[in-house]
Design a protein. Structure first.
Lengths: 246, 263
């Protein structure tokens, strides 16, 4: 470090960035809210025609309006309200999801954070996890199991959206709907997609609460990490940053 | 009081329900009622526990949701293709009788008398002379074997026959550039569809199911069948058709369900 960087710390800011840049945090929390909306309203919609006789979702923890009040107001136990929520949330889920996929691909975040996954590492990480030997020192590097889970949840949401489209538009998207064998086939896939997402959420939220600094990082941006490529505009950045003082 | 001809419905009980059953099971019925009260109390408790639990029915939230729902009508109209045909099926896959559903319970249906029934026409239609069942029967019939999807989530394959709706609208001189076609029904149900869907090649005014006259629960003597809309968009027991440019709404749509509800 030369004297210049000491007097002008932002010069180093040009070479590093936060682990979770602001756009990513906005997309993460938008997604968090919309997933709750989609699952909550989906549970109420499910209740109108359950796939499994033994399974109903609590009206208190599903979205669509208080059933008795909805019945008085609209003549249905909040199913219409649940569908309004679901068809409101789907746009945010899809637009936010597409923005996230584009962001991850263009900035190289996917390649950097989620790749490669080596089977030997997965086994080693699982073994460490079972012995409570997992290291949480460096938040900025995901272990193999984290990588696998994050890729898995992206795939689950993707399949969930496809099954949702097949249920919403079985005629206009009849070719897509055929992939799910039948209309009820698409409903089963949509249901088990929800189960996969809910299971991920349980693990994800539990671990975030067990290692709270990961939660803080997703709010504040987390530790500084080295930028991978040299910024083309570095001199301009440092000059600009020096002026603003930081 | 005139005596109605026997209903062709397979759902109508052959003899009246024995009222003594109610007396015999008085205790059980009271128990069910008590359960209802308990359930109501639990819901009330849940409401106080989770303040703002019923956000769906709150003014500001509801108006956003309603606005997005009408925006979704427009999005679906853009997605809708007038030439894209719905998948069709074989006679072997047809479910007969189909599943009943409606604003009325099946035992509350008042069968329509086909002999006195008339189809009224209104709005932007050239020839508003009403149609009798016999006159409708002279029109060419089209058969569609299509999937019926209910907004609730169930579906079945049904085989419907009747006059192509576009053919009918052309025959009566309807303004095909109008926005909506609206329906009134014998049971006070009402509904409406967009003109693009009305003109879709698989939209028919059905008079037959699985080669026989439609039975009472499924809309005798006349109902709409579109291959591209959810079940509740297919009114039964139609008594009047109106072509209009003013949004007519619908029974379930006025209760929060999405108006376009295209598949």
């Amino acid at each position: 470090m030369d004297s210049k960087t000491v007097t002008a710390p932002p010069a180093s800011a040009a070479k590093t960035r936060q682990m979770h840049p602001l756009p990513l945090r906005i997309m993460h929390w938008t997604n968090a809210v919309v997933i709750v909306i989609m699952i909550g309203s989906g549970w109420r919609i499910y209740n109108d025609e359950p796939l499994f006789g033994f399974l109903f979702f609590s009206e208190t923890f599903s979205l669509g309006g208080d059933p008795i009040r909805s019945l008085q107001l609209h003549g249905n136990a909040g199913y219409a309200g649940a569908e309004q929520w679901h068809f409101f949330g789907m746009w945010i889920l899809v637009l936010n999801g597409l923005a996230y996929l584009a962001y991850g691909a263009i900035t190289g975040r996917f390649r950097r954070m989620l790749w490669p996954i080596r089977p030997t590492e997965v086994i080693a990480t699982l073994r460490d996890a079972l012995r409570f030997h997992l290291s949480h020192q460096d938040l900025t590097v995901y272990n193999a199991v984290q990588k696998l889970l994050y890729i898995g949840i992206i795939a689950a949401v993707f399949i969930e959206v496809l099954a949702g489209l097949a249920i919403w538009k079985p005629v206009q998207f009849s070719n897509l709907a055929m992939l799910f064998y039948s209309f009820q086939g698409a409903r089963y896939v949509h249901f088990f997609g929800m189960v996969a997402i809910a299971l991920f959420l349980i693990v994800h939220v539990t671990l975030a609460l067990l290692v709270p600094k990961t939660l803080v990082a997703m709010v504040t941006g987390g530790p500084q990490v080295e930028k991978e490529t040299k910024p083309i505009m570095a001199p301009v950045h440092s000059a600009f940053a020096a002026n603003t003082g930081e | 009081m005139s005596i109605r001809p026997p209903s062709p419905s397979r759902f109508r009980p052959t003899k009246a329900i024995d009222q003594s059953v109610l007396a015999d099971n008085k205790a059980l019925l009271e128990k069910i009622d008590r359960r209802g009260i308990l359930r109501g109390t639990l819901s009330l408790g849940a409401l106080t526990f989770l303040t703002g639990c019923d956000i769906t029915n709150e003014g500001a939230v509801q108006s956003v949701l309603t606005a997005v729902s009408s925006w979704n009508d427009g999005a679906q109209a853009l997605l809708f293709s007038q030439t894209h045909l719905a998948p069709t099926f074989t006679e072997a896959e047809v479910v007969n009788p189909p599943r009943y559903n409606g604003a009325l319970d099946v035992e509350d249906i008042k069968p329509v008398d086909g002999k006195t029934w008339k189809l009224e026409l209104a709005g932007l239609i050239g020839d508003k002379k009403p149609w009798t069942a016999q006159q409708l029967a002279t029109l060419p019939e089209q058969e569609v074997i299509i999937r019926h999807v209910c907004v609730e989530g169930w579906d079945y394959i049904g085989q419907w026959e009747g006059v192509n709706f576009r053919t009918f609208l052309e025959k009566v001189g309807a303004d095909l550039r109008a926005k909506y076609v609206s329906f009134r029904c014998a049971d006070d149900y009402y509904g409406s569809i967009d003109m693009a869907t009305a003109l879709h090649p698989q939209t028919i005014l059905a008079t037959k199911y699985a080669k026989s006259t439609i039975t009472d629960p499924f809309g005798y003597p006349l109902r709409l069948r579109t291959a591209t809309k959810l079940g509740f968009k297919n009114p039964k027991w139609i008594t009047a058709i109106e072509v209009t440019n003013e949004y007519p709404g619908g029974y379930w749509e006025d209760r929060g369900y999405n108006w376009f509800s295209g598949m």
